[in-house]
Write a protein that binds this ligand. Sequence first.
Ligand code: DQA
Length: 151
Amino acid sequence: MTEKASILLLNGPNLNTLGRREPAIYGSASLADIEAAATRRAGALGATLTAMQSNAEHELVERIQAAADDGTDALIVNAGAFTHTSIAIRDALTYTALPFWDVHISNVFARESFREFSYLSDIAVGVIVGCGPVGYELALEAAIAHLRPHA
Ligand code: DQA
């Protein structure tokens, strides 16, 4: 790892609509709000954060593949509905061999049963579910603690 931990924050389909999408479930923060808060928190913790959102599975796969070679130390991933469907995203994350944290804003275990299955949770270092947008910052703290266990 370089001096500063480099974290990649990835959001999948429909998360670009946060703030307007089912606010009773996902809250009122926009994705821009969430990315700005995470960027501030990363800076305060001495890390750098790069954020990317896509509605397209192949773009997420390509960004994850690139993370294997671009100096990324860890990923925070909310793959949205692809969490429950995408072997391709699982395979890309396995390929990078980078530690990642699987984040869900809502409590997926308190919703429809199809949201309980995840292709990502068992290969994640940690899973943060149902904590709202602050879950991204909790994942960031966990990732940085993992990368710097003695700091
Ligand atoms: C989500 C939960 C998924 O089931 C859903 O498809 C999403 C958002 C969450 O953050 O709670 O798009 O990942």
